[in-house]
Design a protein. Structure first.
Length: 250
């Protein structure tokens, strides 16, 4: 009886090992197929020619170099959509390099004029840069403005990564009325109306649930004070935060 038990145990062990080996072999063939297809797909686009892919249990690891951060995102997105891919580890590096101070200056200028002619006056987005890693902060009126600001950062040479901390204001007819009233009050003032000449409107009016915040740069302290007073006189405003800066002053 003991010998029979040992024989049965041996058969079970062999069966388990055989199933495990078969599973590993199938997984290897599965991974090889994914790797081949991913490599072929990446080779179709010039921006992805320098990329490599390895696969382990359906997880694709991408390595190599691209010129722009957006290309890094696009490569992962393309691979993630492919059949049988379980996930993507994106280890691609951005090869373009720009000094942080130069990169920030370029970003600030592009963000300043972004969405000009639309809801630019009601958005405020700024960026900090550390070793090529860009952090976007601020608040915008609509999701399309967030997408636009993000696209600017993603496609700028030298950007290695983008951390997006920009908030989209809640949809509110009440806030919209405050925005329009504050625009008339500020840019209609005889002291401040010269700022309306700037097509990007240097005084930004950000409204969130009745709370109004002013951003931008004015020429002197008096202009800052007048802008704050006019904003505070708008009907429906609960609170005004005057974050305007004065030119040539820290």
């Amino acid at each position: 009886m003991k010998n029979l038990s040992q024989v049965l145990a041996s058969f079970l062990l062999v069966g388990v090992l055989s199933v495990g080996l078969a599973a590993e072999t199938a997984a290897a063939r599965y991974d090889n197929d994914i790797e081949a297809r991913v490599s072929q797909e990446l080779a179709k686009k010039k921006n992805f020619e320098k990329l490599q892919a390895t696969v382990d249990d359906g997880i694709v690891t991408l390595t190599g170099n691209v010129d722009l951060y957006q290309q890094k995102l696009d490569a992962a997105k393309k691979v993630r959509k492919m059949s049988k891919v379980q996930g993507v580890r994106n280890l691609i590096e951005v090869s373009s390099t720009v000094p942080d101070n130069e990169l920030r200056a370029k970003l600030d200028r592009k963000l300043y004029y972004d969405r000009m002619g639309y809801d630019n006056t009601f958005n405020f987005v700024t960026a900090s840069v550390n070793d090529g890693v860009v952090t976007l902060i601020g608040e915008v009126r609509q999701p399309v403005s967030l997408d636009s600001a993000t696209s600017i950062a993603n496609t700028l040479p030298g950007v290695k990564e983008v951390i997006n901390n920009v908030k989209v204001a809640p949809v509110s007819n009440f806030d919209d009325r405050i925005r329009l009233a504050a625009t008339r009050a500020i840019y209609g003032d005889s002291v401040l109306n010269r700022y309306a000449i700037d097509p990007a409107h240097p005084i930004r009016i950000v409204v969130d649930n009745g709370h109004l915040t002013l951003y931008g740069t004015v020429e002197n302290k008096a202009d800052k004070q007048v802008a704050g007073i006019r904003a505070g006189q708008v009907f429906g405003v609960f609170k005004v935060q005057n974050n305007l800066t004065v030119a040539n002053q820290s």
